[in-house]
Design a protein around this ligand. Structure first.
Ligand SMILES: Cc1cc2nc3c(=O)[nH]c(=O)nc-3n(C[C@H](O)[C@H](O)[C@H](O)COP(=O)(O)O)c2cc1C
Length: 170
């Protein structure tokens, strides 16, 4: 196992626009018995309620959502560019239909609170959801977004989660 250093959020040198939007991340939740992971390209980091926060958007049918809600925790993991194909795979099939973590070849490991993440990630953010709300048509100020992004009322559940730890390879 690679040695990790624990970073304070203010020490973390990270560009969300490339790190999430272009390079993507995995959202992983569960425990040592069973967990699931999905790829995400939408989300971010910031400050709310005087806390350091991650936010993610998870559509209703994602299997991963069940694990987030059941365990009240998830990890966000960021990988070197050579893992992009693996992330594309984890974002194209559901853990409901196949053991995609096993097939991905990634190595599961667990934070001290039991939250799963991946050994191959260069950076891991451990998160505790504080607030979740499903987006709805009435709240959109720009309604063209609904047409562009929301098929058959499949609005995202947006989670605001406290950043509990940031782990980075030494
Ligand atoms: C590049 C990429 C970005 C994605 N971003 C998101 C996202 O932000 N939110 C979401 O709900 N699904 C997103 N997806 C789709 C899920 O990763 C995909 O549906 C996945 O198979 C869900 O797996 P699960 O059912 O095992 O949870 C993305 C997929 C890809 C390939």
């Amino acid at each position: 196992m690679k040695e990790k250093k624990v970073l304070k959020p203010e020490e973390w040198d990270f560009n969300v626009f490339t790190g999430i939007g272009k390079d993507w991340m995995l959202i992983t939740a569960g425990n040592e018995k069973k967990c699931n992971a999905m790829t995400a390209a939408w989300g971010g980091f910031g400050v709310f309620w005087q806390k350091n926060i991650a936010f993610i958007g998870v559509r209703s049918q994602r299997y991963t959502r069940e694990f987030i809600d059941k365990h009240g925790a998830f990890s966000l993991t960021f990988f070197p560019p050579s893992y992009k194909k693996t992330l594309a795979y984890l974002g194209s099939v559901s853990g409901r239909n196949e053991d995609k973590i096993d097939k991905s070849g990634l190595t599961l490991t667990y934070h001290s609170d039991g939250t799963p993440y991946f050994e191959e990630a260069h950076t891991t953010v451990i998160c505790k959801p504080l607030y979740v709300q499903r987006q709805n048509a009435e709240a959109f100020l720009d309604r063209t977004l609904i047409e562009e992004w929301i098929a058959e009322g499949d609005f995202h559940y947006v989670y605001y989660a406290e950043i509990m730890a940031i782990l980075q390879n030494k």
